[in-house]
Design a protein around this ligand. Structure first.
Ligand code: CAA
Length: 380
């Protein structure tokens, strides 16, 4: 979609593609098989500015926008969805809210470490009993002298075992109304009482790390409250508008991987005396895959541009995630089908793409939640 991309967007596209082909392409399958966290790749990504892409330059970031982020994430996820989700969460769910809602002191202290890759971030909203219904969290923050004591267990935390900074949402006033009772707390890994819980063994994105996080009587100084102590839920949801654009971009990358693998395979594989791509049944599947990829990219880039213009983009981000993640799953399903038995083995990358695609419809708001968000926005 060249019309929306200026020279700077094009530059990011090229550098992210070059990084992904050099570092991710040769390793992604092994990291997936061995559940190996891509630490070296992230260090390299940090050097290229990808860990602080939208962080203002004065705080050590690249000072770019959400469209740059979407372009970067598509390229990275084309080859490695594990690296892709780690970067998406770090940029959109950690650096994003810090840059937007942080005090100057918070930004000075944390953003340079996050943007340089010295510190990886994790977003701690979900709990075992609070997934789609995020406001039903039970983690508490109790006011004490000079700060807060945080207690609770968070579930399915991306980068939990590897992060240095946790953005933790907790009930700060149990007597306040639902959704207006939540605070947002910046917790460092080496604060007393921070523990990594059970590590998850996942179907896909197996190179990324996911775990429970346990916070036991963690003292959080007053200066580490992000925003209004009872305004955390809005920060959490507004932040997820950006996160959903990131996951939608991940879906674009996996989708494109499926398309490119199918183009290659269907031009090589012969049955009944000709390349299978010459059969209409296969050609039409590929045509739909390509069309849906373009449509999804338009939605994702439009949502990113709206966010870059500082306009509310809740509906657009939800539409982009809904459509891109479902299109990606349709593409992954067809990609395995086109590859036949070969697609069901680890010898061909579509097997991994099929597993990785699945999560894009689940995290950062399941498909059904995106529909709730969209229908509410359309109705009002
Ligand atoms: N931006 C700013 N404010 C928002 C907002 C947004 N996008 N969405 C809602 N709000 C405001 C509302 O206006 C409302 O404000 P008032 O109190 O002033 O009226 C307040 O927030 C509460 O909103 P709702 O009444 O809509 O809250 P709800 O309890 O009905 O929940 C929901 C709405 C959309 C279902 C929400 O709970 C949700 O998005 N759930 C999904 C959770 C989710 O996406 N989790 C992802 C986990 S993180 C993850 O996966 C990351 C990872 O590691 C990969």
């Amino acid at each position: 979609m060249p019309s929306l991309l200026n020279e700077e967007h094009q530059m990011i596209l090229e550098s992210a593609r070059e990084f992904a082909e050099r570092t991710l392409k040769p390793n992604a399958a092994t990291w997936d098989r061995e559940e190996r966290f891509p630490a070296e790749a992230l260090a390299e990504a940090a050097e290229m500015g990808f860990m602080g892409l939208t962080v203002p330059e004065e705080f050590g970031g690249a000072g770019m926008g959400n469209l740059h982020g979407a372009i970067m994430l598509e390229e990275i996820n084309r080859w490695c969805a594990s690296t892709g989700v780690t970067l998406s969460v770090h940029n959109s769910l950690i650096c994003g809210p810090l840059a937007k809602y942080g005090t100057d002191a918070q930004k000075q202290k944390y953003l340079p470490q996050l943007a340089s890759g010295e510190m990886l971030g994790a977003y701690c909203l979900t709990e075992p009993q609070a997934g789609s219904d995020a406001a039903s969290i039970r983690t508490t923050a109790t006011k004490v002298d000079g700060g807060w004591k945080v207690n609770g267990t968070k579930a399915w935390i991306t980068s939990g075992p590897d992060a240095g900074m946790y953005v933790v949402y907790a009930i700060a006033d149990a007597s306040a109304p639902r959704t207006r009772n939540i605070g947002c707390f910046l917790i460092e890994r080496d604060f007393d009482g921070v523990k990594v819980g059970k590590k998850e063994e996942k179907l896909g994105i197996r190179g990324s790390s996911t775990s429970e996080m346990i916070f036991e009587d963690v003292f959080v100084p007053e200066e580490n409250v992000l925003g209004d102590p009872l305004g955390g839920f809005k920060i959490a949801l507004e932040t997820l508008d950006g996160g959903r654009i990131g996951i939608a971009s991940q879906a674009l990358g996996i989708h494109r991987a499926c398309l490119e693998e199918c183009l290659k395979y269907s031009a090589e594989r012969q049955q009944f005396g000709k390349e299978i791509g010459k059969f209409q049944a296969i050609a039409w599947k590929i045509a739909d895959m390509g069309t849906e990829l373009e449509a999804a990219r338009h939605l994702v880039h439009a949502a990113a541009l709206k966010r870059d213009a500082s306009e509310a983009c809740t509906k657009e981000a939800a539409m982009a995630k809904l459509f891109a993640s479902q299109a990606c799953n349709r593409a992954a399903q067809d990609a395995v089908q086109i590859h036949g038995g070969a697609g069901y083995t680890q010898e061909f990358p579509v097997e991994r793409h099929y597993r990785d695609a699945r999560i894009t419809e689940i995290y950062e708001g399941a498909t059904d939640i995106q529909r709730i968000v969209i229908s509410r926005a359309l109705a009002y």
